[in-house]
Design a protein around this ligand. Structure first.
Ligand SMILES: Cc1ncc(COP(=O)(O)O)c(C=O)c1O
Length: 369
């Protein structure tokens, strides 16, 4: 096994990396980021990519350099890692439910602007209490349920009530409103997706209009993911999109969601056993590639004619088909879902033209609290 430190990988061909090796083609990542940022700019919207898949300040900074105005994080702990790396203007698309976390939320404001979602009076009271105690100011986003039935206030009246409470509470301010149409990525054909996404997003913009009509400013109205943001184009009042995973891509976006972007994220694996003709076993199972309920298995990008027929913890079962795979052969896989893969790894290898140019620290992995 290769015990070389990651920095020693710089300048080496990706084919020499010890496997399983998670790879990011940086030319493709950058091109995808530019495409997403340009599309949003053309529609008068800002880009706040969700960093939940890559959990990496390095990749977040790359997105910021390519047009993002800020980033979205899933967790307070992830936002702390991002701010520690110098990243500003973060939305944590999640709620904090305890006083100790709101204390940290108040503290983190000393180095960066980090907003948090609320859908309950308790969130606002705890946020206000923590901000006053710390002498800081916390921006809050009222989250609206726009059909996913996960978090979010159920309707505009509840949004207005929370806005009033925020306006009356010291130490907090209404920074924006958000909703996520996470029940719609797989809707197809495109025309049907557009109708459903626009109806969902109008629940958010409609609630924002009601909050404004009650006398409150709503500077940001945020929604959208890689599989849905384009369907929302044309909805008046939506100011930004959280689409993030499209920079990396995976089989879910490609096949289930019909996202037309090239794939930047792959995993290199090695055949460790080929005891039976037509079958090969790799060193990459679900602990390298991820696993999530109904997730599609990885696709084999190379060699052609090979499919993944199963994943156990540390073994990948390939149906070799016409390809004659032997022990030591390398296989390149496109993960079923990037979100379920990257957090399993400490480092990703960024490459250009097959040569490692950057070792990417997945610094916020495990920062679940
Ligand atoms: C709050 C929120 N915003 C946006 C997204 C979409 O992210 P992506 O573009 O990476 O698919 C998700 C996906 O789970 C989400 O939970």
């Amino acid at each position: 096994m290769d015990h070389s430190p990651p920095a020693a990988m710089l300048g080496r061909p990706i084919d020499e990396l010890p496997t399983p090796a998670p790879l990011v083609d940086l030319d493709v990542f950058d091109a995808n980021a530019r495409v997403i940022a340009d599309r949003l700019t053309q529609h008068g919207m800002s880009w706040r990519p969700h960093s939940k898949a890559h959990k990496s300040p390095q990749l977040a900074k790359r997105q910021l350099a390519l047009g993002a105005v800020g980033i979205t994080c899933a967790k307070l702990g992830e936002a702390e890692v991002m701010t520690g790396a110098g990243i500003d203007n973060i939305l944590v698309a999640n709620m904090l439910a305890t006083a100790d976390k709101w204390r940290r939320a108040a503290e983190v404001q000393r180095t960066a602007t980090v907003a948090f979602c609320v859908d309950d009076e308790r969130h606002v009271r705890m946020a206000s209490h923590a901000a006053v105690a710390a002498g800081t100011d916390i921006g809050l986003f009222i989250e609206v349920d726009i059909g996913m039935h996960r978090v979010g206030v159920r309707g505009p009246d509840a949004a207005v009530r929370l806005a009033e409470l925020i306006a009356a509470a010291p130490g907090v301010r209404l920074a924006g409103m958000m909703g996520y149409e996470g029940h719609l990525p797989a809707v197809w054909p495109a025309a049907e997706k557009t109708i459903k996404v626009q109806a969902a997003v109008r629940k958010l913009t409609g609630a924002a209009d009601r909050v404004r009509a009650a006398g409150h400013q709503v500077p940001i109205v945020s929604s959208g993911g890689t599989a849905t943001y384009q369907s929302a184009f044309g909805v008046e009042g939506l100011t930004e999109s959280q689409s993030g995973g499209g920079c990396l891509m995976d089989r879910f976006y490609l096949e289930t969601c019909h996202v037309e972007l090239p794939v930047a994220l792959t995993l290199a694996a090695t055949v460790v056993s080929a005891a039976e003709p037509g079958v090969a076993i790799t060193d990459a199972g679900f602990k390298a590639l991820g696993s999530l309920g109904s997730m599609l298995p990885p696709l084999v990008a190379a060699p052609s004619g090979v499919t993944v027929s199963g994943l156990s913890a540390e073994h990948g079962l390939l149906a070799a088909g016409p390809a004659d795979l032997r022990v030591g052969d390398r296989v390149t896989l496109i993960p079923g879902y990037s979100d379920a893969m990257i957090f399993l790894h400490d480092k990703l290898y960024g490459h250009r033209g097959g040569v490692v140019t950057e070792v990417i620290d997945v610094a916020a992995r495990g920062r679940l609290q």
